[in-house]
Design a protein around this ligand. Sequence first.
Ligand SMILES: [Zn+2]
Length: 159
Amino acid sequence: MAPTGHIGIALGLRNLAPKLPLAAWIVLPCLTDIFYGILSAAGIESQEYSPYTHSIAGAFVLSLLAAAAAFACLRDRRAALAAFAVTLSHIAADFTVWSNLSLAPGFPSNLGLGFYDRIGFSMATAGMNAPSLMATAFELLLLAAGIAVMRRSARAARP
Ligand SMILES: [Zn+2]
């Protein structure tokens, strides 16, 4: 999933921990792909094989690190829990759209519900074609929904 969808999901959860700054709600859901970018540039991971960043175990480790960093900075348990959840939301969202995630490094890359595979979208053929447009529309919808939920719950929280 692109940052659009990941950030949309995160913004929908944003008011669960108002102390966690907005920037964290934008960066943390993309942290898995940021590390993926670094590891793929280093030749360690690739589109077909990304067992460190895109495995359940890898995502848990990264989420724990994000929570520890948030707690160190903010001294707020709720913010740390939110940092954990929003970082972990990446793999949960990817799980719904891809089918090449793994349990941990060394395990086969065959986990996920594969919504994008079902509609024929793949990163290799991304471009001006129907599956790409469907995937883009889906992610823009997630972003719009996330912003709507965030604004609505912010309004509800105001005295
Ligand atoms: Zn990802």
